[in-house]
Design a protein around this ligand. Sequence first.
Ligand code: PLP
Length: 461
Amino acid sequence: MNKPVLPNSVEARDIAFHLHSQTNPQLIEERGPTVITRGEGVRIHDNAGKVYIDAMAGLWCASLGFSNERLAAAATRQYAQLGFYHTFFNRTMEGAATLAEKLVGLTGIKDGKAYFATSGSEANETMVKLAWVYHTVRGKPTKRKVIARDRAFHGSTIAAASMCGLGFMHREFGLPLPGFLHTLCPYPYRGMLEGEDEAAFVTRLVDELEKLILREGPDSIAAFIAEPINAGGGIIVPPRDYFARVQQVLKKYDILFLDDEIVCGFGRTGNWFGKETVGASPDMMSLAKGLSSSYFPISAVVVAPAIYEAVKEFNKAGGNFGHGFTNSGHPVGVAVALEAISIYEEMNLIEHVRKMGARLRGHFERIGAASPIVGEVRGAGLMLGIELVADKASRAPLDPHLQAGMQFDAIAWENGMVARCMGDVLGFSPPLIVEEADVDEIAERCETSLKQLEARLGFAR
Ligand code: PLP
């Protein structure tokens, strides 16, 4: 960071030719990009030879770390046998059938079917299109609108971005599209009113949702989409009962529940899927990231039988399901995902995540108790957040101009740790293969960085 950019270096060519995702163009021109050169377990190296422990698994995704040889070998084997084929026009491959069977089994959607895509955004868009088919076939073609929640993140393609409840995903593009609505986020730490307990808070959220449905007209609403635990909005854990009560309302108005498991899936929250952690029963689930540990861009949607039956019914005169991506069910992605799932099963993933998650959380709670600016430690499994505040008792936020979260990330980076703030919430979502020593190292670097941040901001212990 902030080192001189030499002519014709990777940094210089990157500045010259590369438009980056989620990056400020002016800042990258001034400071230059950070060049990552290799991975080693839960660590990454930059081109100056510095090593960082990645406490975010990249983008909540590299569950098996950055150098898994079994995943590399699975890809190599598959490339040698069949480097590409597609799944249009009745074609399939053994791996696609096996992975579909595996995903239906793991998700517990009885008699369900799995659809393959290549990104989380595509999987979420697929769920919306399937919701439209479902209602159309049942004689309710006006059910088109989708309700998401404030602070949600569901991806970057047009409908997925419209479902986001974050202004920075909308402002350049004139989004959300009409028909994509937002309701309150179940964010107890910031959303509960004075004197309100959790039960009353949930009642208010559910009432708001119902009011929105009635205002728009139940006949216009196709689906509700949510992450079990909201990752990118600030690791927000809903109160107990939230999903059960939301689902009662959805059922009443014949609205499908779309479960975005793109971050929460595959063990992240200490269960195979986040829906188990929060007690939800979706009609469809979108999966990506941990599905292949992000060693290949593959995603999936698992749907309840009624959704599949609707697609079948719609096309009973002989048409094809009018949806598909060139790389849906790509044989290499499928091989990598199957290998990742085998590793998860062999490593006893759920027990491991619960153990490591409890250890990391214990460290964070101790660190938080001693810090004047930690308001709350929250999360589940290995998906933890630390919310920074100006005053612990009143929960008064820090002045946003201080950009305390961003400052923490920069300090942590200097201290050899990749962290990721969401505003003033510090996010931690390390590779699921972390061992005790890694967890202790993350906690130690977090504590050191937090103390440095407090000193910079003028808070005394
Ligand atoms: N849904 C959630 C919860 C995510 O966190 C993300 C990406 O971070 C997405 C969807 C979009 O996935 P992708 O970037 O693969 O399109």
